[in-house]
Design a protein around this ligand. Structure first.
Ligand code: HEC
Length: 700
């Protein structure tokens, strides 16, 4: 914590607390209730993960009066993905590298900030990590944050001082955390990511929310049977694997999608894809590979397995089930069901009875070509022959981005509709050039058992939508086409509104029933975080972090077409209210990379193709497919540093920009450096000859 905020914080905090009356204790009771809407206590507002607020001052009639109330400038931040929390007039959020701030939610004044110094803690692990965090949790006077280097940290909500810190991963392995921790019954639970960069074996761990001490851990996939199984569930799961899967970790990493269900005292865990993606390598004799791509219900007190439902048996496309699990009471025919709703990457929308995991419905919400339908009798998808790229190559819908990814959907009990950001985009799954028997798991570089990350993605390769989906009638009620590709989560209110930011920087509100766009404003930078709403002294506010980011930026031109070049556009926290009319602060116009062609540079194709493979393993996660940056890091086709072999080596090998988030690759020698430089020049020449054109067809 910076000292200069220390004395300010107590005073301002007192003011903020006073204005909203008695202090709210954030515990099981308050996290279960819908409440009066004044607070936003958890990632999905409360345990239901519905992102539904009962507030209705801002509504379909009054929304024309909505305007900017306050702005907080965030000059040091880059990617902002978090759902802010609001407790008694104070807003808490995480920014780049999990830097955490508390602000007066009425005025935007900074009360305290805490920097977990993730870059310093990361060391060489910076290579696999993204500047991403989905937000904090709040429990009993503590703000609990996760860091990309694998820690959970409990902070004093009043001062921002660290109370406890726990390392949740083995730092020798290529795991990382981007997800928000979730709290329940005095515990805090977190998973991790890493299936693309390690022989990863996924797990979730529950810690004591007051001390950080471990309470229980659940492994998602079985380890080597020779070592014995942790529990009966792992023994059962092992029967669905073949070959020596444990050498590849197996996967199942839970980087998002954990919901606590107080009515059944269970934690619902949405599990990850395989490590590696390609089942031919991971489990060569076939098999469902439990508990990949599943919802697993665990006893909240012990972490013991209760039931599971697998959305993708034998996954081989990165179709994980890490998307949010939303709880609701639904009326199925005459039956009142304690249901859960889940829209994983695989393109189907699932409704399950969460008492026992029984499948009630599963319907497509976009173009899906890997399965024709889900058989409700067996609960299994009916696959389409060829989709497992049996012959070595196949184009399949959806892509590894999913029909729906982690961008939160919301559910409005008034309309019974779910508001989902969706993507329609195929991917070519190709393993014909890979020696499947000799393939080895990566360690701190990306490699997934199919070709991945070697090419740019054309600006018109995918389309996106905001869809209102009726989970009982299984039909689309309305839909808006959105700019590609990666649009953020939604929030819905009793005021008949759905709010959502967009990739092109617009923030909009729609009528929940008709989908009519009722209000919008341009915020000058692509939006990647979901909005929240709260009230103080009878006044309703809507807040949103604006900072382009997320793994979708790896898609090269598809993301770059918006012009949100690295570090050009200001990052901000915006808050809106009725009858407020501050002008939106200005932002520079969209900016595009100007690739530099060196006509005298003779490109050696062999070196360039070596560089291409290396770039896909070690650089594209931040610098973009085909060296076209989506905005997560500089576009190397125009980098002056990439014009000088010495300067390039200083940055890439010696870590000259390490403190800014650029990892170092100490083991790279001349062959690597020259390969990368030839590939970058080749892509720059191509880019200089074909400047990027924006093709977004989104409705205005
Ligand atoms: C984890 C993300 C990440 C990965 C992986 C990564 N970079 Fe970077 N890189 C960055 C960021 C962020 C910056 C900008 C740092 C700054 O603001 O100064 C950067 C900057 C650079 C620069 C300086 C560009 C300029 O003009 O200032 C070069 C060159 C570079 N990276 C090359 C590479 C190469 C080559 C690889 C792969 C071997 C790679 N990077 C992998 C994040 C990454």
């Amino acid at each position: 914590m910076k000292l200069k905020f220390r004395w300010v914080s107590a005073g301002l905090l007192a003011v903020a607390m006073q204005s909203s009356g008695a202090a709210t204790v954030v515990n099981d009771k308050t996290l279960t209730e819908v409440g009066d809407g004044s607070n936003w206590l958890a990632y999905g507002r409360n345990y239901s993960e519905q992102r539904y607020s009962p507030l209705e001052q801002i509504n379909d009639q009054s929304i024309a009066r909505l305007g900017l109330d306050w702005v907080l400038e965030l000059p040091e931040d880059r990617m902002l993905l978090a759902t802010p929390l609001v407790v008694d007039g104070v807003m808490y959020f995480t920014g780049s590298f999990s830097k955490t701030r508390a602000v007066n939610a009425k005025t935007g004044e900074l009360l305290w900030e805490y920097d977990p110094e993730s870059v310093k803690h990361a060391g060489d692990r910076l290579r696999i990590m993204w500047d991403q965090n989905k937000g904090p949790a709040f429990w009993n006077g503590k703000v609990i944050i996760s860091t990309i280097d694998g820690r959970l940290i409990g902070l004093d909500a009043k001062t921002g001082e660290r109370i406890w810190e726990t390392m949740t991963i083995d730092p020798r392995r290529a795991y990382y955390i981007t997800g928000a921790p979730k709290v329940f019954k005095g515990k805090v639970i977190i998973g991790n990511g890493g299936t693309e960069q390690e022989a990863a074996r996924g797990y979730v761990t529950a810690y004591n929310a007051d001390t950080g001490e471990q309470e229980w851990r659940f492994w998602v996939v079985p380890g080597n049977p020779a070592d014995g199984f942790e529990n009966a569930a792992m023994e059962m799961a092992a029967k669905t694997w073949t070959g020596e899967w444990w050498k590849h970790g197996g996967g199942g990493n839970t980087w998002n999608g954990i919901t606590y269900d107080p009515e059944f005292n269970q934690v619902l865990v949405g599990t990850g894809n395989g490590s590696p993606w390609n089942r031919k390598i991971r489990s060569p004799g076939g098999g469902d590979n439990l508990f990949l791509c599943s919802i697993v219900a665990l006893d909240a007190d012990t972490g013991a397995y209760k039931w599971h439902y697998q959305t993708v048996p034998g996954e081989t496309w990165d179709y994980n089930s890490n998307m949010d699990i939303v709880l609701a009471d639904l009326k199925f025919g005459e039956q009142q069901v304690k249901a859960l709703m889940h829209a994983p990457k695989n393109g189907f929308f699932y409704v399950l009875n969460r008492e026992n995991g029984e499948l009630l419905s599963a319907e497509k919400i976009g173009k899906v070509t890997w399965a024709s339908h889900v058989d409700l009798k067996t609960g299994r998808p009916v696959e389409i022959a060829g989709s497992r790229y049996e012959d070595g190559e196949e184009t399949v819908w959806p892509s590894p981005y999913g029909t729906h990814s982690w961008h939160a959907m919301s559910y409005n009990p008034k309309t019974g509709l779910v508001y989902i950001p969706t993507i329609e985009m195929p991917a070519v799954f190709k393993d014909s050039g890979i020696d499947l028997k000799a393939w080895e798991s990566p360690h701190f570089r990306a490699s997934v058992g199919v070709e991945f990350g070697t090419e740019d993605t054309a600006p018109d390769y995918g389309v996106a939508f905001l869809m209102a989906w009726d989970p009982l009638k299984h039909e689309k009620v309305w839909e808006h086409e959105l700019p590609p590709l990666w649009n953020p989560g939604t929030m819905t209110t009793a005021g008949n509104l759905v709010f959502q930011g967009r990739a092109d920087g617009e923030f909009a509100a729609y009528h929940t029933e008709t989908g009519k766009k009722l209000w919008s404003t341009q915020l000058g930078l692509g939006i990647s975080a979901p909005p929240v709403t709260y009230s103080i002294d009878g006044k309703q506010y809507v807040s949103l972090l604006v900072g382009w980011g997320g793994a979708g930026l790896i898609s090269g031109s598809l993301a770059a077409q918006h012009g949100w070049k690295y570090k050009v556009h200001p990052r901000r926290l915006y808050t809106f209210a009725l009858d407020s009319a501050k002008p939106i602060p200005s932002s520079p116009p969209p900016a595009y990379a100007q690739p530099v062609d060196l006509p005298d540079f003779k490109i050696d194709d062999e070196q360039a193709s070596y560089g291409q493979a290396l770039f896909a393993e070690s650089c594209f996660l931040c610098h973009g497919g085909g060296v076209v940056s989506g905005g997560g890091a500089p576009d190397l086709r125009e980098s002056p540093i990439a014009l000088s072999r010495d300067a390039f080596r200083e940055v890439v090998v010696n870590g000259a920009k390490f403190a800014n988030g650029m990892p170092r690759f100490k083991d790279f020698g001349d062959r690597e450096i020259d390969g990368l430089l030839h590939y970058i020049r080749k892509m720059a020449r191509k880019g200089a000859a074909n400047p990027l054109k924006k093709v977004s067809q989104a409705q205005p």
